[in-house]
Design a protein around this ligand. Structure first.
Ligand code: NAD
Length: 282
C-alpha cells in the first residue's frame, strides 16, 4: 500500500513538497487553513507538472496520476492516518508549536512529525509535543521540485529511528540529505548563507566595494551561481534580517549581528525584488 504523507501548509514550500512526494508515489494529504490557499497550492502544482510535461520530463499520464494522489483539506483530523507529516506553515514559533501540539494528539504513535523550518530550533518545536523523539527537521529548498538538497535536523531528543525515517522519505522523493547533528540556530545552510550575507552587507555598508563588485567576486571568484546581495534581494531583505537576527539572538555570536543598514532598508520598504528596490533596483 502507498505510504501516506500529510503536508501542513499549501504555500510555496508545502505545495512543492506535496508535488515531489506525489510524483514519487506517496498518497498526499495537503492541509491549509483556507480553501483559497489550497486552491492556490493545487493550481501551482498543476502548473509545475505541466512545465515538466512540456519539457518531456514527465508524461501527461504520470502528471495526472500524481495530481490524483493529492487530496486537500482544511480539517486537521483528516491527517490522522499519515505515516509522516511535514509542516511548512509560517515561520513563527507559536504557529509551529500550536500545529505540533495538535498533530501530536491527532496522529498515531508511529507517525514521524517533521518541520520544514529554515531557522527555528527543532527542539523548541518538539517541546510542544508529548513525544519529542519523533520530531525532526526536514529542510527543503526552493523551488522544491528543482533543488536537490534536504537538510535533516536532529532536535535534542530526536531518535535515531525518526532521523532514519526522515532520511528514507527525503531520499525517496529524490533529495540528497545532509545531517545536522546538533540543533544549532540556523542549522548548517542558513548559518552559512547568513554569515556570507552579513559580511557582504558590511563590506557594502562601509563602502569597501559596490554591490555589483561584491556579487561578481562571489560568482567569478568562488563559482557561486548568485552573489550574496542578489540572493538577499531574491530572498527578501526582511526575511534575511529576521533569520540572521534569530541566529544572533540564539548564538550570541557577533558575526551574525545584522548590520544596521539592513534594518533601515526594511524600515524604508526596500525589501529586494518583491518591492522593486533592494541592493539593486528592479
Ligand atoms: N520560501 C523559502 O524559500 C523557504 C525555504 C526553506 C524553508 N522555508 C520554510 O518553509 C516554511 C513555509 O514557507 P513558505 O515560503 O512555503 O511560506 P508561505 O507563506 O508560502 O506558505 C505558508 C502556508 O502555511 C499556511 N498556514 C499557516 N498556518 C497554518 C496552519 N495552522 N495550518 C495549516 N496551514 C497553515 C498559510 O496559509 C500558507 O498557505 C517556513 O517555515 C519557511 O521558513 C521557506
Amino acid at each position: 500500500m502507498a505510504k501516506k504523507l500529510a503536508v501542513i501548509g499549501a504555500g510555496l514550500m508545502g505545495s512543492g513538497i506535496a508535488q515531489v512526494s506525489a510524483q514519487a508515489g506517496y498518497e498526499v494529504i495537503l492541509r491549509d487553513v483556507t480553501d483559497e490557499a489550497l486552491t492556490r497550492g493545487r493550481d501551482g502544482i498543476r502548473a509545475s507538472y505541466a512545465k515538466f510535461t512540456a519539457k518531456g520530463k514527465l508524461t501527461e499520464q504520470e502528471a495526472e496520476a500524481a495530481l490524483a494522489r493529492i487530496t486537500t483539506t482544511t480539517d486537521l483530523d483528516a491527517v490522522a492516518d499519515a505515516d509522516l507529516v511535514v509542516e511548512a506553515a509560517f515561520e513563527h514559533i507559536e504557529v509551529k508549536q500550536e500545529i505540533f501540539r495538535a498533530l501530536d494528539r491527532v496522529v498515531g504513535e508511529d507517525t514521524v512529525l517533521a518541520s520544514n523550518t529554515s531557522a527555528i530550533p527543532i527542539t523548541k518545536i518538539a517541546a510542544a509535543t508529548e513525544h519529542p523523539e519523533r520530531v525532526v527537521g526536514t529542510h527543503f529548498f526552493s523551488p522544491v521540485p528543482l533543488m536537490g538538497l534536504c537538510e535533516l535536523v536532529r532536535g535534542y531528543k530526536t531518535s535515531d529511528q525518526t532521523l532514519a525515517r526522515a532520511r528514507e522519505f527525503a531520499e525517496g522523493v529524490g533529495k540528497t540529505c545532509i545531517v545536522v547533528n546538533r540543533d544549532v540556530a540556523g542549522f548548517v545552510t542558513t548559518r552559512l548563507i547568513s554569515a556570507l550575507v552579513v559580511e557582504a552587507v558590511k563590506l557594502y555598508e562601509s563602502g569597501v566595494a559596490s554591490a555589483e563588485d561584491i556579487d561578481v567576486a562571489c560568482r567569478l571568484g568562488f563559482g557561486h551561481a548568485m552573489g550574496p546581495l542578489a540572493t538577499a534581494d531574491l530572498t527578501g531583505v526582511d526575511i534575511l534580517l529576521h533569520a540572521t537576527g534569530n541566529i544572533y539572538t540564539e548564538s550570541q555570536d557577533e558575526k551574525f549581528a545584522p548590520p544596521e543598514i539592513m534594518r533601515r532598508m526594511v524600515d524604508a520598504g526596500d525589501l529586494g525584488r518583491k518591492s522593486g528596490q533592494g541592493f539593486y533596483q528592479y
